[in-house]
Write a protein that binds this ligand. Structure first.
Ligand code: KG4
Ligand code: ZN
Length: 362
């Protein structure tokens, strides 16, 4: 680990995870997460107000835990990074306010960064600096996108995205209709391991010759699973949960990996990274590995803990911002629940805004 690499603390509160990570360059020093997931379980999805309150309670202890784990003092930091969007407005606001307070009190530069770009950049903590260009398949509870980047601190281009449900959302909805609880991804993954992926031929959305090559659709698949399960129940037959889980998972991963490999080939990119919560899926990882190998593409998938929302990914992107000398955010940075993926961070609107605001408030 190079001692002159930037030391950055990252705060992530876009959904139900209060994440605080500390990295030096591409080295992970701490990844503290407090989750309110159990508080949402009985509602079958994340309740924004509950998430915001939980972030508020968890923030300071989680920052302290991260500093203790990393064995550093807050004053040693070179910058504070925070998810500015996209995500739940109230939840983002807690993280942005906390990051501003820490940056101001410690007199450190503040970097409001994009949640999706962070999901890509986190792979630097696992496999070293991202190759340029890199194709990224980002699959989470809120997003399913194919993204092309040549420099993760300044340029992300969207090639395609879901036109309805996100991949993780489809896992969560199918788990709910099978009464498997929330979040659905991990439990479907587990059941699917003992099921037959060929048992039921579920549809592959947007896979026809005339369909958009890089867009995804999962709502038809969800409806097909629902109809199939309902028919079994009406007939008084037992629902083969493991086979349904395996066949559904096969349909999702088949489409995701086929389109991602095709995008790499079409754009002449020989590195594919997969990020976001659904990248923790064991079948997706195995199928992507197999198809990438066949196509001569190098696959990069971070370990599952770095795929789901965490603070380390925000710190990783923040450290890259510092290393590349990107302009910090101003203290009037606001949370943007629909921050476009093309905006990797939210720099101050004029070059000296950060210093100027600091001077004025003194
Ligand atoms: O990235 P993430 O932690 O939060 C969002 O930004 O959405 O992703 C959460 C999503 C949930 O929908 C969850 O069901 C899904 O990721 N997920 C999985 C697995 N682990 C988490 N989906 C499939 N297989 C898994 N093993
Ligand atoms: Zn996420």
């Amino acid at each position: 680990m190079a001692a002159d690499e930037p030391l950055v603390l990252g705060i992530e509160t876009s959904c139900d995870e209060t994440g605080v990570g500390i990295v030096r360059g591409t080295t992970l020093l701490a990844d503290a997460v407090a989750s309110s997931v159990d508080e949402h379980g009985r509602f079958g999805g994340v309740v924004p107000e509950i998430a915001s309150r939980a972030h508020l309670e968890a923030m300071v202890p989680t920052v302290q835990r991260a500093l203790d784990t990393a064995g550093i003092k807050a004053s040693d930091l070179d910058g504070i990074a925070v998810t500015a969007g996209p995500g739940l407005a109230g939840a983002l606001l807690v993280g942005v306010s906390a990051a501003k307070a820490y940056a101001y009190a410690l007199d450190k530069p503040l970097y409001g960064v994009n949640h999706l770009a962070s999901h890509i950049c986190v792979d630097q903590l696992e496999h070293g600096r991202l190759p340029e260009p890199t194709m990224a398949l980002l699959v989470s509870g809120g997003h399913s996108s194919l993204l092309f980047t040549e420099d993760i601190t300044s340029e992300v281009r969207s090639l395609g995205a879901t036109i309805d449900d996100a991949a993780g959302e489809a896992f969560d909805k199918v788990a709910r209709l099978l009464n498997l609880g929330f979040p659905g991804g991990p439990v479907i993954d587990r059941y699917a391991r003992e099921g037959d992926p060929k048992a039921i031929a579920f549809p592959r959305g947007l896979s026809g010759a005339k369909d958009p090559a890089y867009d995804f659709s999962f709502s038809g698949l969800k409806t097909a699973v629902s109809r199939w399960v309902e028919a079994k129940r009406r007939a008084g037959e037992e629902v083969p949960i493991r086979d349904v889980a395996a066949s559904f998972q096969e349909a999702v991963t088949d489409v995701l990996t086929r389109k991602a490999v095709r995008a790499c080939k079409d754009e002449g990119v020989d590195h594919l990274m997969i990020g976001g919560g659904v990248a923790a899926n064991s079948r997706l990882r195995a199928m992507a590995q197999e198809r990438c190998e066949r196509a001569g593409i190098t696959l990069r998938v971070p370990r599952p803990k770095l795929c789901t929302d965490n603070g380390a990914m925000v710190a990783a992107l923040g450290a890259e911002m510092v290393r590349r000398d990107r302009r910090p955010s101003a203290f009037d940075l606001s949370a943007d629940s629909s921050l476009p993926v093309t905006e990797t961070h939210v720099p101050a609107s004029f070059p000296d805004a950060h210093d100027e605001l600091h001077r004025l408030s003194e």
